[in-house]
Design a protein around this ligand. Sequence first.
Ligand SMILES: [Zn+2]
Ligand SMILES: [Zn+2]
Length: 510
Amino acid sequence: MHWADVIANTLLERGGKHLISTGITPSGYIHVGSLRESITANAVYKALKDKGADADFIYLVDSYDPLRKRYPFLPESFEKEVGKPICYIPCPDGCHDTYAEHFITPFLEAIGELGIRPRIIWTHKLYEEGKFTEIVDLVLRERSKVADILADVTGRKMPEGFWPFSAECPECGMFSDRIVSYDFPYVHFKCKCGYEGDADIRKGQGKMPWRVEWPAKWKLFSVTCEPFGKDHAAAGGSYDSGVRLCNEVYGMEPPHPVPYEFIQFKGKGQMHKSTGNVVTGTDALLITPPPVLAFSVLRYNPERHIDYDPGMGILDIVDEFDKVETFYFNGGADEKEKDLLRAYEIAQPSAVRNKLPLQVPYRHLVSVAQISDSFDGVVEVLKRSMSIPEISGEDMEVLRQRLECVRHWLNAFAPESVLFTVSPERPDVEMSDEERAYASELRKRLADTEWTGDRIHDAIYETAKTRGLQPKACFQALYRLFIDRRSGPRLGFFLSTLDKSFVLKRLDEA
Ligand SMILES: [Zn+2]
Ligand SMILES: [Zn+2]
């Protein structure tokens, strides 16, 4: 059984309503690993829905968290913003109302492309609207118990006079943990800046620390399941303290944990060629077709480590996806591949299609994209070279999306070895007599060959055989003649995408 169904069944045993929660502090560019969290949460949500459960899915944007430091991508002027809540810091590029919005908006749009549409909740608004008032009041009254639990779980001594609250200073805008006293609804504090006054816990004038706030959200929303990075799951980590707080302070059953492993980059292609930044979640979606990206996460158990290779690896992932897609519609999967079919199903941003979609090998798209600049041009070449009479509207959309991914990938991450341009004039390359004779015979054969990839491929081989040549040497000669390189895309298909008379003329010029 697929892991999402296993988790859903465990949750169903708990009974009642189900709430899957996930979230992030949008303090910078969101790493591709964070996509795993959303994809995992959505999979459990979908599996519950498929079983007819009463389920909901929320995404908490931790917009009230302070900026921890001035990250390298921030201008020097942001030095003074460090320590302030990110919902009140300006957008670093001036394109959004706040810092938090600047980083979360593209991420939420990206997961929307994956068909992931949780209810979005902004943590600073929960505080402002007084949603946390009762809970904050509770932890302030129980502060010594809270301190004991935290000390016990983390094995660290808590600071003298610990309060599970930081007040937001109206004078300097920073959070202050120098709390003096509490008398509902006011927390009296003395800020480092010299300000002394009261924070009203009903009005979003302060917040709980992370370890206390996380389970407070579980309590507030009655969360029943939450995926989180494995670092939180470590012994003495924040899930452990959350469980203790649930049981001993909040009086609730803690959510079912789904710890997941990180996604790591593989190969050299982890830097964006022009920006030099590491691949963000948004980049990953620009270069990987959305259902393919979701599938590449869903196929593995959350506790399994995933390598993400934004270089050539992308091509293999798409091929694998297409293979599973064929199994899904045409059968042929063996027993251990059954879970892949379910992963394919959950990975669809909308309903699963009712028959096998048109499949254009992704590597073909990579070469056609370099031959034709326009979408219509690509469609025309594909129709001709693959003998596709008609392309349905749905298939056209898939094709358009894939082509966009291919173009982004070619611009930003593709290794040099796959890039080529077809020289309109014969490149200035030396051809031996033997190679020239080969080209001339191939030209004769191709003149009568049906213009498809397979037929051309056969002609290239047969000509080599009749002349007693190594096919590899012939391939190299042809690559030099057409793209001035020693290697390139699959030759038969590649030549079929070019105009036949152009190919014959170039062979004449050999
Ligand atoms: Zn912005
Ligand atoms: Zn202050």
